[in-house]
Design a protein around this ligand. Structure first.
Ligand SMILES: Nc1ncnc2c1ncn2[C@@H]1O[C@H](COP(=O)(O)OP(=O)(O)OP(=O)(O)O)[C@@H](O)[C@H]1O
Ligand SMILES: CC(=O)N[C@H]1[C@@H]2OC[C@@H](O2)[C@@H](O)[C@@H]1O[C@H](C)C(=O)O
Length: 355
């Protein structure tokens, strides 16, 4: 898994033979600054972008293969013992309204380098069936994190934040809430040179600017009824620049961005997850102490923990989900939830590149 934060690759070796997945090994490989910069640049139209996109895909395939080699070394497992790699790829465009999404990573090259079958391109079929192609992980949350009597909500706070609503007596629903960490990360990098604001300490040193927050919350995406999905196509530095007053300190902007992430998640829960009692966070944002404290304060009727409290690593949950999605593909089973993505029907997702 390599997600919208563009921080690096989360690799897991998972045993999916039982109803609860077993995490056998994990490995994290960060991207270097040059690759991160190029992937960020490829989100926008630019010079010779087709050639550069394909080269970046090749580079990613080599890094995915290196991460898998290290992962298997750590586990003492041979490639022949692995049924398949579920490879999300790197999203550089997500335009379901135009009928496409693009996750790069040259799956053919990865299969060649790793000597293991690869399943990739999980989102296109759902979009072909009229869906958003995202989020896909709610189906997996539904499988492993549902409680028979307690209304739970799982909130992933990666680059973008998304939630899965698990009412005990109803079907799962889910959607993207808005920016998770990506605007905070970009602002932090621009003003402090650091990739992210550790524990939200810099944000905590600033003050929320009410007018700026109001301008941000007026973004129509937040009021859209699900199904909905988002990405860097909408939430990027120009989106932020367009809303700045110009007189704020950099720390105040960071404080306001953290408030935006918390408010949009809390609003989404209040509006679409009525009666929820337990909130479980996952993704990198779950490590941000200031964010957790603020979100907990905004949700007085709920307990707020992390999926680790339920025995599932919040840092590797998405990666385990893509192993499960790959298994669904190999077994010819549908994996999208039409109630989440808006697709006309359940679909078998993904494309298979044999070993
Ligand atoms: N200690 C911390 N304090 C603050 N933020 C943190 C901390 N640890 C991780 N993060 C945030 O988490 C981000 C990485 O999150 P994650 O790995 O879930 O992203 P992703 O997989 O790219 O996301 P997506 O769900 O959008 O695909 C970092 O970029 C950073 O913003
Ligand atoms: C197009 C795309 O890459 N979407 C990601 C992104 O990152 C979080 C959120 O936006 C979610 O919709 C999705 O990823 C997760 C893994 C999903 O499909 O559930």
């Amino acid at each position: 898994m390599s997600g919208t934060s563009l921080d690096g690759i989360d690799a897991v070796l998972a045993d999916l033979s039982d109803s609860q997945p077993r995490l056998l090994s994990r490995y994290y490989l960060p991207f270097d600054d040059a690759l991160k910069g190029e992937l960020l640049a490829l989100h926008q139209p630019g010079h010779n972008e087709l050639h550069r996109t394909l080269l970046a895909g090749n580079r990613l395939a080599a890094l995915y293969a290196a991460a898998i080699e290290r992962l298997l070394d750590l586990a003492g497992t041979a490639p022949t013992q692995v049924r398949a790699i579920g490879c999300h790829g790197q999203t550089i465009r997500h335009r379901p309204e135009h009928g496409y999404t693009l996750q790069i990573g040259n799956a053919a090259l990865l299969a060649e380098l790793a000597g293991i079958a690869v399943v990739s391109d999980f989102r296109s079929r759902d979009i072909a069936a009229g869906g958003q192609g995202a989020p896909l992980v709610p189906a997996f949350h539904d499988r492993i994190l549902r409680h028979a009597d307690i209304h739970r909500v799982v909130v992933n706070i990666g680059g973008i934040s998304n939630l899965t609503n698990l009412p005990p007596k109803g079907a799962a629903s889910g959607f993207d809430c808005g920016p998770g960490n990506l605007l905070m990360d970009a602002w932090c990098m621009q003003h402090t040179g650091k990739a992210y604001d550790e524990n939200g300490e810099w944000a905590a040193s600033g003050k929320v600017r009410p007018l700026l927050l109001e301008h941000m919350l007026a973004e129509p995406f937040f009021a859209l009824a699900p199904p909905k999905s988002s990405g860097r196509d909408l939430f990027n530095m120009s989106w932020l620049q367009d809303r700045l007053e110009g007189s704020e300190t950099a720390a105040d902007v960071q404080a306001t961005l953290l408030e935006l992430t918390c408010r949009t998640i809390a609003q989404a829960i209040e509006l679409h997850c009525r009666g929820a009692r337990e909130i479980y966070l996952c993704g990198g944002g779950a490590h941000n102490q200031a964010l957790r404290t603020r979100l907990t304060a905004l949700l007085p009727d709920c307990t707020v923990g992390t999926t680790d409290d339920l025995g599932v690593s919040g840092d590797y949950l998405e990666a385990i989900a893509f192993a499960w999605l790959a298994q669904q593909t190999l077994e010819n089973k549908p994996a999208n939830l039409p109630a989440v993505t808006g697709a006309r029907h359940p679909c078998v997702l993904g494309a298979i590149y044999p070993a």
